[in-house]
Design a protein around this ligand. Sequence first.
Ligand SMILES: [Mn+2]
Length: 504
Amino acid sequence: MSVWRNAAIVLAVLCCTEAPRLLAAESAVKSETAAAVPAWLEAKIGGLTTAQRDFLLSDDAAGFAGTRGRLYQRLQQKSPEEIAAYVDGMMSVKQAEKFNAATDMAVVQLNTESPEFNSWKVRRPASFNPKRDPGPFSLNYYANGRGGIKTFAGAPVAVYPEDLVAGKVDVAIVGAPLDMGSYYRGQRFGPMAMRNEYGAGGIDMNTMVNPSKELNIVDYGDIAIDNMSTERTVHHVRERIAEIARTGALPFIVGGDHSLEYPNIAGLADVHGKGSFGVVHFDAHFDAGKDQPHFITHGQPVYRAVKEGHVEARNFIQVGLRGPWPGAEGFEWMRNNGMRYHTMAEVEKRGWDAVMKRALAEAREGGRKIYISFDVDVLDPAFVPGTGTPVPGGLTMREALPIVRRLCAENDLVGFEIVELDPLLDGTYRSALNANFIMHACLTGVAMRRKGITDPGFLSELTTEHLQPEAGIKGAKDGKAEKIDPDYASGRRTGNGPDQFEQR
Ligand SMILES: [Mn+2]
């Protein structure tokens, strides 16, 4: 049977690189077994060869019609000869889909003769720069944080690892404008859009903690991207993420498409150790695709990171999955490998509070460090229309903010990424604004931890309790509470300038 043939190929190819657990799961993925062959069909297929018969009874054949039942329905009116021809047709399609060394081009080689082969990623020699002491520096002309050049969270800038070390930097926010791993491009403009929009810095009203004050945060510029090659890019991103982690700073990566999750996790594993941290992956999609012609795309980083052992599947938590992908196979792969998943279907079943509680408990389990991968498409398209693969029925900002803040406050973090923001698809400010607030929620969590605030679900007493006697609320009895100035309430008109939000 082709299932067993496939399993044998998987075994042969992966024997020397895969963990045994993973192998067991790979061969267990295809669960649909050939039901008993109906008598009318048995009577017509006596003349098939063993290969033809095995194929007809395989999941591959059933896949042509969607289900085995529908395939048999298609064959019901056919003669034995027509059935044999139909099976040959299906087998020829499956064969033609595979790589053929005689006719296919597996790769266009890179031009290693090019004198510019590495020009995109050569580090600028120190001697090219004016003399300065290493450390972060402000790009603002004005003392209140205005002017100069826009940065992530209005933070000062650092350029080299020496700056991170000298400045005792806690968080290095770095752009990675790669979008070649996605069929719907434009994520390369994500970092620029988030720098241009407010929301990543300043005080958090839920906790009254200001990450811009508690932490040394810098804008660490953008990592060089070869947007002609995802493969070359992810290799360099991995080096740069490891370089940041080695200084002791937390990398906060702003994508870019979700291919980045693979080099980000791999780079962190290079420093912290393989399998030493868990991952919480927020996404409408499970991104553990495999068997695709390109080994790395924005649909496959999870499979790759797990397959190479940078993170163990049982320490991987998925949140927000919905839509048509994956099918049962993908869920079985996750299940068989010990992965935790929390779909929007589960949210429908248990409610968000219960699902959030489960995910938070799973993240804390074992006390290991965590990495957070936040694909903005986990949010409902109402909040983030600016993304290439939106799926309705997603998280609201009010659901996403507390779980991200709590994950970052209640666990030791190794890093954070926010990916798939495509500002070209959103003519408004809202996608970038929401992305900044998600990053801010995590920065707030890191700052809370720094201050020793790690109580589960901590909220500021000052901002959640007004402490006035109930009877004293003006208009409370007749239901007409006093209205406040909407411009003032929006937070955009405080009269104190942008430093209120962004600057330390
Ligand atoms: Mn994704």
